[in-house]
Design a binder for this molecule. Structure first.
Ligand SMILES: [Fe+2]
Length: 141
């Protein structure tokens, strides 16, 4: 994939503060992964890998919960479909295998990074934006 590096840009904001904070948190995790990949994971410890996996799991669970709560409260029209996407992302994150990651950190982290990038471009910047636009319009009324 092209050089993305998880650099945050203002045009990525949904303008819903709580969501933007969490999206930026995902970018921070992405940058941590990029840094390890840049040094080819040389000297990476099990604790560092575990921290990344835990942060991703926390993110997937908490952020999905937060967005789903907001969608429900505001009666977002695409709720069910959006929730399904969160579920498939969470399943992917839950399926990260620690022993596998430990034995091949560079290969496995590369796959995780690619997966997060796809999530950013296909979900966050499209589906979350669509959701936020509708929700902001509803709140304004
Ligand atoms: Fe979402």
């Amino acid at each position: 994939m092209f050089d993305f590096n998880f650099d945050w840009r203002p045009d990525m904001e949904t303008k819903i503060e709580v969501l933007d904070q969490q999206h930026q948190q995902l970018f921070r995790i992405g940058r941590d992964i990029e840094q390890l990949l840049r040094i080819k994971c040389i000297g990476v410890t099990e604790i560092q890998l575990l921290k990344i996996v835990c942060e991703l799991r926390d993110y997937a669970a908490y952020h999905s919960y937060q967005e789903e709560k907001l969608m429900k409260e505001t009666g977002y029209s695409g709720y069910e479909q959006h929730k399904k996407m969160h579920e498939s992302f969470s399943t992917e994150i839950e399926s990260i295998n620690m022993p596998k990651l430990k034995s091949d950190p560079e290969g496995q982290l590369g796959l995780i990074r690619d997966h997060i990038q796809v999530w950013v471009f296909e979900h966050m910047l499209i589906e979350d934006m669509k959701m936020a636009d509708e929700i902001r319009a509803k709140i304004k009324k």
